[in-house]
Design a protein around this ligand. Structure first.
Ligand code: FES
Length: 152
């Protein structure tokens, strides 16, 4: 009788331990840090670009008008002013820092807007409105002979 009682208590104890660790695992999963990949399956990735990626654009045929934008290798490049100088462009990661959805540029407001939950970022990538609470990574733009280059 003592043995059965002992095993019974052990079983309950083991169950309690299991439930504790299972709940802890679920809690970690449910509170995972935001992903920068929205998991879309259409082949386009919104992941931030790998460090050292070089993106080039010929300004004689691309980004010719103020408000024009182009997404390449995880970076959105926008013409924000006339002229082919670096200050006429901004380049930030296209993946929203909230959950990784591709942001878009609203040229009338000069803001990046995430269509999923409405986060808003300035043209330099600073958070204007959440739920995102981390700025978009901004990249340096250089221009040589009408060729715009961004290195991540
Ligand atoms: S994924 Fe952009 S605001 Fe949520």
């Amino acid at each position: 009788m003592e043995r059965e009682e002992f095993l019974s208590k052990l079983g309950i104890g083991a169950l309690a331990v299991c439930m504790g660790s299972c709940l802890a695992a679920c809690s970690k999963s449910g509170n995972a840090a935001p992903s920068n990949n929205n998991g879309n399956s259409n082949g386009s990735s919104n992941k931030p670009p790998a460090s050292g990626t070089t993106i080039t654009t010929d300004l004689s045929s691309s980004l010719t008008s103020v408000g024009d934008s182009k997404v390449s290798d995880g970076v959105i490049i926008v013409r924000i002013a006339t002229g082919n100088t670096a200050s006429a462009f901004t380049a930030v990661q296209v993946a929203c820092t909230h959950e990784g959805t591709a942001i878009g540029y609203n040229s009338s407001q000069n803001l990046f807007i995430c269509p999923l939950h409405g986060s808003i970022f300035s043209k330099s990538g600073a958070v204007v409105q959440g739920p995102a609470n981390t700025a978009l990574k901004q990249y340096t733009v250089t221009i040589t002979n009408n060729m715009l280059t961004v290195v991540t």
